[in-house]
Write a protein that binds this ligand. Structure first.
Ligand code: GTP
Length: 284
């Protein structure tokens, strides 16, 4: 299987840049896709972030299955990782972020107070894979009033801080770390949710994976959307039935697999089957 954007040189450069910026911040906000919270993480992130306090933001929660998102919250909590479930587009959940960030930094704040230093705003950096919603989140948090608080010395690139209320400052450019998929399932999950470009994996394979998964986990939604009667048939027959129902037929009456695949993926991504999650803690 093809591996995308995982040229060691790119990763090494991204890593260097992020490590440099980590020196300036107190807390990392790691943005993941609530529909695939593990597959949308960069596998090297723990190593890169090290001991910095971290908050995982389960973004695009509006597109994810709320019951599964609850399971993911519990999953991370069991592992002592703080999470906030958010919708960066609407802003839902974002108001909890400054408070939790402050709490994550409380040891540092207490030390400042002990030394007689006035505690300053918490400084944070947003990290995440492409298309996970980093810019949307930054704009939302900034509330469009992009307040500059001046450059900090000692870095090659000019960085601006965005003020979020009185108690939080964000670096204006997020850190991008690519996903990596050594196993096919991770690749398919990333593709179904649109985290990686459609040219990277075979469109038909991705749609077929989706039908297999939906048949198992979201049978009702699948049945309802495509007016299917029999979901006990093998996945390929269900796929073909969807094709027939949606009129994806070639001249001789044969199923147009490409067309059916296109429709299925478009429907999933535009939430025609409702809010769905594509991985569950029980899958691991
Ligand atoms: N439904 C929904 N869509 C979201 C949410 N957050 C972001 N999006 C959408 O996801 C897409 C990608 O968002 P961006 O903010 O551009 O993502 P990014 O991580 O900055 O992307 P790169 O610049 O590629 O690294 C856009 O179409 C956003 O509108 C969310 O919480 N819910």
């Amino acid at each position: 299987m093809k591996q995308i954007q995982w040229f060691p040189g790119h990763m090494a450069k991204a890593r260097r840049e992020i490590t440099e910026r980590l020196k300036m911040i107190d807390v990392v906000f790691e943005l993941v896709d609530a529909r695939i919270p593990l597959s949308s993480r960069n596998p090297m992130i723990d190593d890169i972030v090290g001991n910095k306090p971290r908050l995982i933001l389960l973004n695009k929660a509006d597109m994810a299955d709320p019951a599964i998102t609850k399971q993911w919250e519990a999953y991370f909590e069991e592992r002592n990782v703080r999470t906030v479930t958010v919708n960066s587009k609407s802003g839902q959940g974002l108001n909890r972020i400054p408070e939790i960030a402050k709490d994550l930094m409380k040891d540092k704040i207490n030390k400042m107070i002990e030394k007689g230093v006035k505690p300053r705003a918490v400084r944070a950096l947003i990290l995440g894979i492409p298309n996970v919603g980093k810019s949307t989140l930054i704009n939302r948090l900034a509330n469009k009033k992009m307040a500059k608080t001046g450059d900090r010395p000692g870095i090659t690139q000019r960085q601006q801080w965005i003020k979020v209320g009185k108690e939080l400052e964000l670096l204006d450019t997020p850190g991008i770390l690519w996903p990596k998929f050594e196993d096919q399932t991770t690749g398919f999950r990333l593709a179904v949710t649109g985290a990686i470009k459609d040219e990277i994996l075979d469109f038909g394979d991705v749609a077929f994976f989706a039908v297999q998964y939906l048949k198992e986990v979201y049978g009702d939604q699948l049945r309802e959307r495509y007016k299917l009667e029999d979901l006990t048939a093998p996945p390929i027959e269900v796929f073909e039935e969807i094709g027939r129902k949606r009129g994806c037929l070639l001249k001789g009456g044969e199923i147009d697999y490409d067309k059916a695949a296109e429709i299925i993926l478009r429907d999933i991504r535009s939430e025609k089957l409702g809010a769905l999650s594509f991985e569950r803690p029980s899958d691991f």
